[in-house]
Design a protein around this ligand. Structure first.
Ligand code: A3P
Length: 341
């Protein structure tokens, strides 16, 4: 299911080989530049397949969660799913039943999907879907409203999304220093790897972070949110941590399902916040159905998506000089944009 060019499929090999490339580093395999973004070469057949074949629903639209890796994607997926699907799956009263329905008892089917599944199973990555013919067929058969996700920059999204007034994109960004520390821990969860922090830290400058340049990734969605505020919403991990309820309200309004006063009074917003909180999700981590998540061709254990969930953890890992040099680079790159962290 994960062949780069399945039988009867377009053969992307030649087109990929012609793209500008960067040699492998201890952090990333060979990367190539495609539509303004740097991606691991092995992902490109799926990225191209998504870009060429994905058809957003014209009338009903689709909701797409977008982000750079390690910026709070999993959390936003949980919040968006819990909010959008609250009619079918009402969020349970607190404390969410993390002890119910473990492997040894309870009827797991009655649990809210987020109490038994990884949020990545509720909101799949488009680039992963296009690595499997079976998943691609499932996507076409999924009834609207579809909730999907991507790590790709705005410039790579197909026109069927960016040109569709009924598609909604929710983008989450995060202070890059915390994103990098999160990524460093994430890659080194794989015990066969021991990537030095310096490679991860330099990946922003060197454009070896997935979807680089990081500044263009953020500015691309930021500018789109200003040009098309009804279609693109930019959230920040730090704001979500400080005031999750306010951000759940923003998500609900943006997708056209605002909370009623009765829902608010019944505590639906705070139930969603509780259900998706770091503490709840981390406690559930290893008990989520299936042992791991396949993101394109790599497997990650379910609990690897829930580490610390804090703001400013970078201070525990890097020197002031490292922080300052990254800050300086980013302030230069964001110069001319009105985006600020
Ligand atoms: P840390 O490694 O800093 O803890 P992504 O989902 O984009 O891969 O991002 C992962 C980061 O989001 C990790 O950051 C992870 O712990 C954090 N995270 C995951 N679920 C969260 C939640 N429910 N609330 C807050 N942060 C969460």
């Amino acid at each position: 299911a994960h062949r780069p060019s399945a039988e009867g499929d377009e053969d992307f090999d030649e087109a990929i080989a012609a793209l500008p490339s960067k040699p492998p580093t201890p952090l990333m395999r060979r990367m190539r530049l495609y539509h303004g973004g740097w991606f691991p070469e092995k992902w490109l057949p799926y990225i191209m397949a998504f870009q060429r074949r994905f058809e957003a629903r014209r009338e009903e639209g689709d909701v797409i969660v977008a982000s750079l890796p390690k910026c709070g994607t999993t959390w936003l997926k949980a919040l968006a799913f819990a909010t959008a699907a609250r009619g079918t799956y009402p969020p349970p009263p607190p404390p969410p039943a993390v002890d119910v329905g473990g492997d040894d008892g309870g009827d797991r089917r009655r649990l809210h999907p987020l109490l038994r599944l990884n949020p990545h199973d509720c909101v799949p990555f488009l680039e992963s879907i296009y690595s499997s013919k079976e998943d691609e067929a499932k996507l076409a058969a999924t009834p609207s409203p579809r909730l999907l996700s991507t790590h790709l920059p705005y410039s790579v999204l197909p026109a069927s999304i960016t040109g569709n007034p009924n598609c909604k994109i929710i983008y989450v960004c995060r202070q890059p220093k915390d994103m990098l520390i999160s990524f460093w821990h994430f890659v080194n969860r794989d015990k066969s790897r021991d990537v030095p922090l310096s490679y991860v830290w330099e990946s922003v400058r060197e454009c070896t972070y997935f979807g680089s340049p990081v500044w263009d990734h953020i500015i691309g969605y930021w500018n789109a949110s200003k040009a098309r505020p009804c279609n693109v919403l930019v959230l920040r991990y730090e704001d979500m941590k400080r005031d999750p309820a306010r951000n759940v309200e923003r998500i609900a309004e943006f997708i056209g399902q605002p909370f009623s006063e009765a829902e608010r009074e019944a505590g639906v917003v705070s139930r969603i916040v509780e259900l998706c909180s770091f503490e709840t999700m981390k406690a559930l981590g290893t008990r989520m159905a299936g042992s791991s998540q396949r993101v394109v061709s790599s497997e990650f254990p379910n609990d690897s998506f829930f580490r610390k969930g804090a703001i400013g953890d970078w201070v525990n890992h890097v020197t002031p000089d490292m922080a300052e040099s990254l800050d300086k680079l980013l302030s230069e790159r964001f110069d001319g944009s009105d985006f600020t962290f």
